[in-house]
Design a protein around this ligand. Structure first.
Ligand SMILES: [Cu+2]
Length: 321
């Protein structure tokens, strides 16, 4: 419209487009990963048979991540020519995101501690999420450090970091979620053995694809180039081979989930012995979810207490009758 917001010869600045893009695109990453965090917070208590550790911390850290995600877009622009002061502020704020993220990781891990863990498919995906998201988050701290970012900016290190959050985090969580609620949505069970195979294949394929990219990036291989020096050949071939394995890992669930729609065992209302309200209604649920309003008689996630009697004592505060 002839308004020179981004156009230099009309008095604008192309950097403003950079700003606008990342002001949207950084929060967009969190829009994708926050639902996965919620899914993992549902799956871990169910398959560890424990109430989630620090329920309110899990809940409020989600809000903290959502708010902070709007304040860190400048960490994509450390080498764009923004001021050193702005760089320092964005570096500091980016590192702040690590705090609520770490709160979640520690709480999930504490939920596993002394839990009675069973490794069904959704749990395998959730455990994969916790490990891979942690690696993605930790390498995010490298990138939030101004001096390190100058070295690894626009290299494969970025590509690897991003995929550890978006695939190792978000997609692993989604896959865990679809396996957890598939019986609820469809009324059918998928073949559990194939589910576990898919989770392991996805985990192995993912790491083989993206772990070499951390090394390549750190050694200086830029992103968006299809040619590279001979010494990078082995790592690139490993990465490509990993991508093929990862692709296979995605195809396996596609086949058995579709198969289960017709041939899967009937799931019943609550195949996982889960505590959420949705498990009290038939699978798949009737049109209005509940034919009768369910009566809630216990707190959310009230999984059975620990079976080890010595540990159970610790839960009872001293001096109460
Ligand atoms: Cu960002």
């Amino acid at each position: 419209m002839g308004i020179g917001i981004f156009v230099p010869y009309l008095g604008g600045d192309p950097l403003l487009f950079h700003l606008l893009f990342w002001f949207y695109s950084h929060p967009a990453v969190y829009i994708m990963v926050l639902p996965s965090m919620a899914v993992v917070s549902e799956i871990v208590p169910c398959f560890a048979r424990k109430r989630i550790f620090g329920y309110s911390f899990i809940a409020f850290s989600s809000v903290a991540i959502a708010v902070l995600s709007f304040l860190v877009w400048g960490h994509h622009m450390f080498v764009s020519g923004q001021s050193v002061f702005a760089g320092m502020v964005f570096s500091f704020l980016s590192m702040m995101v690590a705090i609520p993220s770490a709160v979640k990781v520690f709480n999930w891990t504490a939920t596993l501690y002394k839990g009675s863990i069973s490794l069904e498919t959704p749990m395998l995906y959730a455990l994969g999420f916790i490990g891979l998201f942690t690696l993605g988050g930790l390498t995010g701290l490298f990138l939030a450090t101004l001096a390190v970012d100058i070295h690894v900016h626009d290299t494969y290190f970025i590509v690897a970091h991003f995929h550890y959050i978006m695939v190792g985090g978000a997609v692993m969580g989604y896959l865990g979620g679809i396996h957890f609620w598939w019986p609820k949505m469809t009324g059918r069970l998928y073949p559990e053995w194939w589910g576990r195979v898919s989770a392991v294949v996805v985990f192995v394929g993912f790491n083989l694809t993206f772990m070499p990219q951390f090394v390549l990036g750190y050694l200086g291989m830029p992103r968006r180039y299809h040619v590279y020096p001979d010494e990078f050949q082995v790592l690139n071939v490993m990465s490509s081979a990993g991508a093929s394995i990862l692709g296979l890992g995605y195809l396996i669930p596609l086949v058995y989930l579709l198969w289960s729609l017709k041939y899967g065992k009937v799931a019943g209302p609550n195949p996982w012995n889960a505590k959420g309200l949705e498990w009290q209604t038939p699978s798949p649920p009737p049109t209005f979810n509940f034919d009768e309003t369910p009566v809630v008689t216990e707190e959310a996630y009230a999984y059975p207490p620990l079976t080890d009697p010595s540990a159970e004592e610790e839960l009872i505060p001293a001096g109460t009758d």
